[in-house]
Design a protein around this ligand. Structure first.
Ligand code: PEP
Ligand code: MG
Length: 584
């Protein structure tokens, strides 16, 4: 039966495909298609993993002391029984042989199918066995991690024709869309090179970091869809409408045809925008506008150049530090990563932001922040200043990389003058350390993120110390309006047009301009085409966003006349005009 679910629109476009439910495994799992000739080897890999766990549990059973509590023996029996149950093994085989899923993916898919069946059981005892099954699968996965796939080449999608495939332009390649209760930013990053055509999560706000990564992938995504991962079943046909934030499950042929049409329309729109690639970003009255890219990994630099970015306005370096089980990359590894981004940008400036972990961006996804308000806790620069040796490792790596191209260094979440002074003292110390080692370093322009209301209100202090500022609207809005950016239940209150937010943004831009210092904006608002004209009217001349949004924003810039927009923006600020230009 067809039904629709509503969430928050995160990344535009429409995806039509079969649902892949991702089990909430604590083990990192790769998702790729194997070649038909690898099927037997993949099945064997799962079998070896399972046999290893069986042996391990049998050994535990044999070595169990006589006085051990009987519950432990019973638990081992249950785990052994689950391991040997055919529904697990057979299901996994099917996913590998019919769908060409890699072994780990097949295992977690079957786990999801069985977990659903356990959830539906009437008997409490049986229902609780779901946790045992999860543990057993996790053990197998961990064993398999020691046995890499014979050939890990991602291949094209599986071939399986159904009546509905015919409707999808006659294509036989079935697109897949991923559904999960929650995905950490690190999970999302892992999916960046993956096979999925769209994403849906139950939780998350529009500017949560998971949503930000989804947007950077430029494929349709919806977050905050609440119960989607419970209501949708493995393999259901779904449509993700990333523009409206809607998920349609089991659509009728008529609805499928309608969305197929929308999909083609948006492809045409993208082709049209692509014609603007080499057009300079000048307003009608000749104001040059700097359009920059936000990146998460050095490899993203290529997409930034291809999209016509004039540089990187925000390199979120924390993503280099994730998924490493808490072991941070050393100075040389970081240096190489920064050099790769600089090289990728081919002489264009790269703004490297120092590590911003904490709140919804944890280095290790299994880490649970026990603090009551992690977003107000030891995040970003506070985290760096709490561990000066780690901080200086990053600073030295950036200083060394700056020999190879124009680099700007950006510090997140500063609020106090003493934090600024401490930060700059650490930078001086990092230079001194390099000099003592006789290592060359380059010149840096220094900037501060303005993302805490206190920073916006004391912007003059910041201008004394820094060469440039970058407004982080994601956090500025979160902290001004007291809205958790990652919480879908308050997402309707997250408002870039709130007069308090606009006033802070306007004051920062005006203060920077008055002192001839560059003010950029790198929060998601900078890539929102509905905001471009207002920001231009407020005097913003530098915008940093995901590469995929650059051309759409450029189109707005080309149609704008800042002389006309400036007085209107002041009226909006005073509450005397609508922020919607056509209504004013
Ligand atoms: C911001 O807060 O607007 C920003 C760009 O930083 P992040 O989203 O990484 O917190
Ligand atoms: Mg921020």
């Amino acid at each position: 039966m067809s039904f629709a679910l509503h969430g928050l629109a995160v990344a535009r476009g429409i995806a039509i495909g079969r649902a892949v439910l991702v089990a909430s495994s604590r083990v990192e799992v790769a998702h790729y298609f194997i070649e038909a000739e690898q099927v037997e080897a993949e099945i064997a890999r799962v079998r070896r993993g399972r046999n290893a766990v069986v042996e391990e549990l049998q050994r535990l059973q044999a070595e169990m002391p006589h006085d051990a509590p009987p519950e432990i023996a019973a638990l081992l029996d249950v785990h052994l029984m689950l391991l040997q149950d055919e529904t697990l093994g057979e299901g996994v085989k099917q996913w590998i042989s019919r769908r060409l899923y890699n072994a780990e993916w097949a295992l977690t898919t079957q786990l999801e199918v069985l977990a659903r069946q356990f959830d539906e059981m009437e008997d409490d005892y049986l229902r609780e066995r779901k946790a045992d099954l999860e543990q057993v699968v996790e053990r197998i996965l961990r064993h398999m991690q020691g046995t890499p796939p014979p050939v890990a080449a991602p291949a094209s999608g599986p071939r399986r024709q159904t009546a509905q495939d015919q409707l999808l332009d006659g294509s036989v390649d079935v697109p897949l869309v991923l559904l999960a209760h929650d995905l950490s930013p690190a999970d999302m990053l892992q999916f960046k090179q993956s096979v999925f055509a769209g994403f849906v999560t139950d939780v998350g706000g529009k500017t949560s970091h998971t949503a930000i990564i989804a947007r950077s992938m430029d494929i349709p995504a919806v977050v905050g869809a609440r119960t989607a991962s419970q209501l949708v079943r493995q393999d259901d046909w779904v449509i993700i409408d990333g523009d409206a934030g809607v998920l349609i499950v089991d659509p009728s042929p008529l609805v499928l045809a309608e969305y197929g049409f929308h999909q083609r329309q948006s492809a045409l729109e993208r082709e049209r925008l692509a014609r603007l690639l080499h057009t300079p970003a000048l307003t009608l009255d000749g104001e040059p506008i700097e359009l920059l890219a936000n990146i998460e990994q050095p490899a993203d630099a290529a997409a930034a150049v291809q999209a016509g970015a004039m540089g990187v306005g925000l390199f979120r370096t924390e993503f280099l530090f994730m998924g490493r089980a808490g072991r941070l990359p050393d100075e040389d590894a970081q240096y190489r990563a920064y050099c790769a981004a600089i090289e990728g940008m081919q002489g264009l400036p790269v703004t490297i932001r120092t590590i911003d972990v904490g709140a919804d961006k944890q280095l290790d996804k299994t880490f649970k922040d026990e603090h009551l308000n992690p977003a107000l806790g030891l995040r970003a620069i506070r985290w760096s200043l709490a561990d000066p040796a780690m901080f200086r490792t990053q600073l030295r790596a950036v200083l060394r990389a700056a020999v190879h191209g124009p680099v700007k260094l950006l510090f997140p979440m500063l609020a106090h003058v003493h934090e600024i002074e401490q930060t700059l003292a650490q930078l001086d110390l990092a230079r001194t350390e390099l000099e003592a080692r006789g290592v060359a370093y380059g010149a840096l322009q220094l900037g501060a993120m303005i993302e805490i209301p206190a920073a916006a209100l004391t912007v003059h202090s910041f201008l004394r110390y820094f060469d440039f500022l970058s407004i982080g609207t994601n956090d500025l809005i979160q902290y001004t309006l007291a809205i958790d950016r990652a919480d879908e239940s308050v997402a309707h209150l997250y408002d870039p047009l709130h007069p308090a937010v606009l006033r802070l943004v306007a004051e920062v831009i005006a203060a920077g301009r008055a002192q001839g210092k560059s003010v950029s904006m790198c929060g998601e608002t900078a890539g929102d085409v509905g905001m471009t004209r207002l920001l231009l009217g407020l005097g913003l001349r530098s915008f940093s966003m995901h590469p995929a949004q650059i051309l759409a924003v450029k189109q707005e810039v080309l149609r704008a006349d800042t002389r006309r927009l400036a007085p209107w923006a002041q009226q909006v600020l005073a509450g005397e005009a609508s922020a919607n230009l056509s209504a004013s």
